[in-house]
Design a protein around this ligand. Structure first.
Ligand SMILES: [Zn+2]
Length: 372
């Protein structure tokens, strides 16, 4: 998720990231406004002013997307769902929430507030654009009104992963009482919309409008592949449902002490045991996790003098699971923290390790056997 993204600031406790693809959009929007929209609307504008207005509009487009995403995150918070971060990327923004809604009403409110906020912003900009006499301000606000109306309108299309798709999911969920049925229908609708956009894009290209056509087709491709990916993820979560950590974990209580050297770790634990990681235990308590990744920064010559506790992960807080933790929840924790393995504790005592590879293998096994 974070790959290729830059953290730019933190607002209301939510980290805001910008994906590098957004820089492309910034340049494209600035250019098309400075060379097309503004000179057409204001023929007396100097080139420098047109470019300045173009760049300002691109920044305010960014702010509009951010406000839309913040609306999702803040409503999620009032429904008890913590908002982790917002990433702005080529097609808009993505709010990442720490957990999924557990109620259809929450899903509905969190989804609908984004497009409503954009449409409200569009209305405000429109009113000010009409009221202001200054032609440059009016042109800028007119652009913002249009862009926010598009943002709100596009996101209301009832296909997952768009907000309208989430609204559809919540409605089906509420009516049938079945959350995954709701998602399946919303994803199906999203894929139809995606294919529709692709066909429309191709028709535009054939009709001679290559630029818009390709753009529309790419959006369509994005929509249908995002839906397919979500559905795959949900299917594998369903395959995991009912399974617990004890079903997949390796019962292996081997651990190392914090004061051991990295050389000892490699020669006596990792290589002989064919392991990539090991829990670190002090006074019977798991205090960290040492992985290949942690020791890769230690040069071979320094391995004898470097202690495990100096480079191990989880020094602030170790993420652990118990044998009874649902496997889907354990996998979520691994993905959220980018962990390859988690120590399994029973009554605080280390009894084994759960690796991401083992969870994935279990999913594939069940898939091949048509189980779950
Ligand atoms: Zn949205």
């Amino acid at each position: 998720m974070r790959t290729g993204s830059l953290r730019i600031f933190r607002i209301a406790g939510i980290d805001v990231y910008v994906h590098v693809s957004w820089l492309v959009i910034f340049a494209l929007v600035t250019w098309s406004l400075a060379e097309g929209y503004y000179p057409r609307l204001l023929p007396n504008l100097s080139s420098a002013q047109a470019w300045a207005l173009g760049a300002l509009s691109a920044l305010l487009l960014f702010a509009s997307v951010l406000v839309h995403e913040l609306a999702h995150s803040l409503v999620a918070r009032t429904r008890g769902i913590e908002a982790a971060s917002i990433t702005l990327f080529i097609f808009g923004g993505v709010s990442s929430l720490r957990t999924e809604s557990t109620r259809a009403s929450s899903e509905f409110l969190i989804a609908i507030v984004g497009p409503l906020t954009s449409l409200a912003l569009a209305g405000v900009c429109f009113v000010f654009a009409a009221a202001l006499g200054e032609p440059r301000a009016a042109a800028l606000l007119g652009y913002l009104a249009l862009i926010n109306a598009l943002l709100g309108g596009f996101n209301l299309i009832p296909g997952f992963p768009l907000d309208g798709g989430r609204v559809l999911r919540a409605i089906v969920w509420q009516v049938t009482g079945d959350a995954s049925r709701g998602l399946e229908i919303a994803v199906g609708a999203g894929q139809l919309v995606g294919y529709g956009f692709m066909v429309w894009g191709v028709m535009q290209v054939v009709g001679g409008d290559a630029f818009n056509g390709i753009w529309i087709a790419v959006i369509g491709w994005f929509l249908q592949s995002a839906g397919a990916a979500t559905l795959r993820q949900v299917r594998s979560e369903q395959r995991l449902s009912g399974l617990r950590v004890r079903d997949v974990m390796r019962p292996d209580a081997t651990a190392i002490v914090p004061g051991a050297s990295v050389a000892t770790l490699i020669d006596e634990y990792l290589l002989p045991g064919n392991r990539r990681a090991l829990p670190v235990i002090s006074a019977g308590r798991v205090v960290g996790m040492i992985t290949l990744r942690d020791i890769q920064g230690v040069p071979p010559a320094a391995r004898a003098a470097t202690r495990v506790e100096d480079v191990m992960g989880g020094r602030e807080a170790v993420v652990t699971v118990t044998p009874d933790t649902p496997l889907a929840q354990a996998l979520e924790a691994m993905l959220a923290g980018d962990f390859e393995q988690l120590p399994v504790l029973d009554d605080g005592r280390l009894i084994g390790v759960l690796t991401r590879a083992d969870v994935i293998r279990q999913v594939q096994l069940r898939e091949a056997l048509h189980l779950g």
